[in-house]
Design a protein around this ligand. Structure first.
Ligand code: ARG
Length: 464
């Protein structure tokens, strides 16, 4: 042992000190100290349970609790001295406890192992972060719904293949993003149910010889259920993978939406303007206003997808039960949590501040023959089979392109030359407003339907 090395809590059988490189290489304290509060919470619950079953005395547990709480204060106040030679958050705290309260501190680890301890810590951590992320999703949805309500009647061209397809309302378009987030929220809650299961009691892998009361520990820590197999309990990281899969899907959604904001705020579209506070300028081009925030969110989806691959690969082919490999679960998971929380926070602020440019959206819809399908539907309603109607309208679009006018600007005479079924009433359906109004059913773009969708969304949000 070198001078600067702390005595290991496990070196009874060892005859030489840990190699200095190996010590740093195997340590996790630089990152798992983020779990400190959860580790202490878990230890207090464990000690309380040991007292209830008579393994520790009330006096011992009282000393342990006081010691752990003081250590917690030290950590929160940045007074705690983390030591790499104590490897991880668990042994740093246990050693500090023994330094503080003496030999009683050494009894805390009775009936548990770092294997079930760390699995418990991560679950407590993730449960906490899930609740924070759920709140951010809800706040973002509230922002979307408010924007959709404000712009329920605003018309823009809906696109397929990034070409003008049919007119839609801005509110309807925003509510599409809300649908995705609604599913994300559901996936997150599904994941929470499987996170909120207590592994403690599995000890190293086989359980413990002490008469533990796992139900009591679960109750103290607010876990819904117990992990039912000790081998699985210490080695399972499905819940972290599941969370990261949820996060990847959500980041995929945010990347699509970011892409849209980037396109829509470009001078080629000019459908929206992002507030200056979410953009940056160029050090060389004075005219530039770059949509950095959505660009960065789009870019950050990459590291989240990467973490999903990392965690899946980490667990692939791992033999039962705990392996040191599992220490590699933390950095990707923490990064996913932090990235997701940051991206959602940016969106929560940015979305309600989006400024729309209705005239530009309208002009874009006018340019693209967006009501051609409406004209085809009109002919069908007058008795023409759809495929023939499609053909008639195709020819009229060709004529309109040649004359550089919109369909609604063709004369009745020109229209009737293509089909005698066309009448004066056609001009109503050729307007953008007529087109969106006509799609009046659940899921359609009619502004009244958008308002109903908003109502349904608000109900779902308030029932959470
Ligand atoms: N730092 C370890 C981890 O994060 C804690 C568990 C260590 N267990 C062991 N048997 N070495 O996985």
């Amino acid at each position: 042992m070198t001078d600067k090395q702390d005595k290991k809590l496990w070196d009874g059988r060892f005859t030489e000190a840990t190699d200095e490189f190996v010590e740093t290489f195997t340590a996790s304290v630089s990152f798992d100290q983020q779990l400190a509060s959860y580790d202490i919470q878990g230890s207090i619950a464990h000690a309380t349970m040991l007292e209830a079953v008579g393994v520790l005395t009330a006096d011992e547990v009282s000393q342990i609790k006081i010691g752990l709480e003081q250590i917690h204060d030290d950590i929160l106040a940045n007074r705690f001295n983390w030591s790499v030679s104590l490897e991880d958050v668990h042994m740093n705290i246990e050693k500090a406890l023994t330094d503080k309260i003496g030999d009683v501190g050494k009894k805390l680890h009775t009936g548990r192992s770092r294997n079930d301890q760390v699995a418990t810590d991560i679950r407590l951590y993730l449960r906490d972060k899930i609740d924070l992320i759920a709140l951010l999703i809800t706040n973002l949805q509230k922002g979307i719904v408010a924007l959709a309500e404000r712009e329920a009647d605003t018309i823009l061209p809906g696109m397929t293949h990034l070409q003008v397809a049919q007119p839609i309302t801005f509110g309807h378009h925003m509510m599409a993003w809300n649908e995705m987030l609604e599913r994300d929220y559901g996936r997150l809650q599904d994941c929470r149910a499987r996170v909120n299961i207590l592994p403690l009691g599995a000890a190293a892998l086989a359980g413990t010889t002490f008469p533990i009361d796992r139900q009591l520990t679960a109750k103290i820590l607010n876990f819904d259920a117990l992990a039912e197999n000790s081998l699985d309990a210490v080695s399972d990281r499905d819940f972290a993978i599941e969370f990261t899969a949820f996060a990847s899907i959500l980041m995929m959604h945010l990347s699509r939406w970011s892409e849209e904001m980037i396109l829509w705020s470009s001078s080629q579209f000019e459908f929206i303007e992002l507030p200056d506070r979410f953009c940056t300028g160029s050090s060389i081009m004075p005219q530039k206003k770059n949509p950095d925030v959505p660009e960065l969110v789009r870019g950050k989806s990459a590291r989240v997808f990467g973490s999903l691959t990392a965690l899946l690969t980490l667990m692939k082919a791992q033999p039962l039960a705990y392996n040191k490999d599992n220490q590699e679960d933390k950095e990707p998971l923490f990064d996913v949590v932090n990235t997701l929380a940051d991206c959602l926070t940016a969106f929560v602020d940015m979305v309600p501040a989006i400024v729309t440019r209705p005239t530009n959206m309208r002009n874009a819809a006018m340019k693209g023959y967006a009501t051609a399908t409406d004209l085809a539907d009109y002919l069908v309603k007058k008795g023409l089979p759809f495929r023939d109607a499609h053909d008639v309208v195709g020819k009229l679009v060709g004529l309109a392109i040649k004359r550089t006018v919109d369909l609604s600007e063709l004369t009745l005479d020109e229209l009737q030359q293509a089909s005698i079924l066309i009448d004066q009433d056609v001009f109503e359906i050729l307007t953008l407003e007529g087109s969106v109004k006509a799609r009046n059913h659940l899921g359609g773009t009619n502004p009244d339907q958008v308002r109903l969708a908003i109502q349904r969304a608000r109900n779902k949000i308030s029932n959470r």
